[in-house]
Design a binder for this molecule. Sequence first.
Ligand code: NAD
Length: 500
Amino acid sequence: MTTHSLEYWQEKAANIAICGQAYVNGSYVDAISGETFECVNPATEQVIANIASCDQADADKAVAIAKTVFEKGLWADLAPVARKKILIKFADLIEQNAEELALLETLDMGKPITEALNTDIPAVVNSVRWTAEAIDKVYDEVAPTGIDAVATITREAIGVVAAIVPWNFPLWMAAWKFAPALAMGNSFILKPSEKSSLTGIRVAELAKQAGIPDGVFQVLPGFGHTVGKALALHMDVDCLVFTGSTRTGKLLMEMAGQSNLKKVWLECGGKSPNLVFADCEDLKAAATAAAWAIFYNQGEVCIAASRLLVEESIKDEFIELVKKAAAEIRPGDPLDPKTNMGAVVDKQQLDTVMHYINKGIEQGANIALGGERVAVGSDKLGCFVEPTIFDNVSNDMAIAQEEIFGPVLSVISFKDEADAIQIANDCNYGLGAAVWTSNLNRAHRVSRKLRAGLVWVNCHGDGDMTMPFGGYKQSGNGRDKSLHAMDKYCELKSTYISLK
Ligand code: NAD
């Protein structure tokens, strides 16, 4: 854990140089239009930078460069071991600049500095390093044909990959895309969220410093409906990878259909259930995990366990335990290393969260904890919401079905195992699900029945780079992390050689 003081981070924040330019062909540049938009720190509501607002013209330019570089084979034709060395250096450089990157993340989107430094940036480093280390250890295939042929099945880079990512874990989600895309030899264009452009912009320079050729790693900040749309509709973008809302994911699939049928891989939203059975051995541990499973990162987490399903017989006792655990989680100055909950990303998201809290009340749920916007610090500014728990929620209420993406927990009771599974699966999303029980048979039975890409037993959110990450149903189609992620970034070629 960081040992730096609040004063250390305040001073560093006061002196940090922030770049808001796009990164095209190995250089920082303004948007061709010259347009910019403001980057606002949600904890202070102060403008901290102006960001290049890229659009169609910038997308056209960056894609043309990416395509040329790919065709020349400057990166794609390097031996895997050569790409590996450069990517490992890239990981090392990210690690060496961890404090600056963590601070940019905190100032940009409001997460606590302790989390940015000790969780986000190490995860980025691990993602790049792990993927780099894998690429010269993965073999292609020889098909079991007859003696009159040699048939190979090989993986080749796709070409130009564009990634459109969200703001909740800005560099972390980007790394889950750029690590495997670059490892496979593609040219890569990052479109960060307009709410969190800073680390994506900064890391581009480190890619160049590591030895990644110009034009292989480019960054186009800007809005979804401008530069995001231009990339999604582009005839020379071969693959579009996305993390964000289900609503946007659906639009991107349509745009692929309207253009060149580019491959589209989606990691979308969630409304993950957390099932607590009365036979759970350690209810206190389960309650602490349940609180963190929703309030971590201000609830702005795709796998946030926003539906807490509790067996009827222990519901009252369990809610009290969750409330006790949640009392330890308080919004505070994100630059203070003691803060364990930061600011919601911006005013718009704050309004969304408050809208859902009001809707929960209107629809008849009871507030068991929180429910208010709170002021932090002497200036009383900032987008802060306290941990909020709703009791007496039925699974058809908006707060049980729609992704809020904020610190709001809906508690629903169930009668028995079948009822729990039915409620858990009664949702359009299928990203994560957790089960708390001491019964091994039940743990296996329930895990198999849950329609979710990620299932945790007696924990929530655990996992590492060796495990694929992605969802069922409207939570998306692809998988990030692990060797499975590589499949998104390559074509599969069958070559049949007839022998005489
Ligand atoms: P969002 O869909 O609003 O935006 C995501 C990205 O898409 C941004 O870069 C945005 O600029 C871009 N975009 C928006 N409209 C676009 C358009 N018309 N054309 C092209 N691009 C467009 O999502 P968000 O609010 O930034 O992020 C929150 C969402 O991300 C939540 O739903 C969350 O569950 C999801 N998420 C999923 C995962 C996962 O792995 N499944 C991980 C993190 C976040």
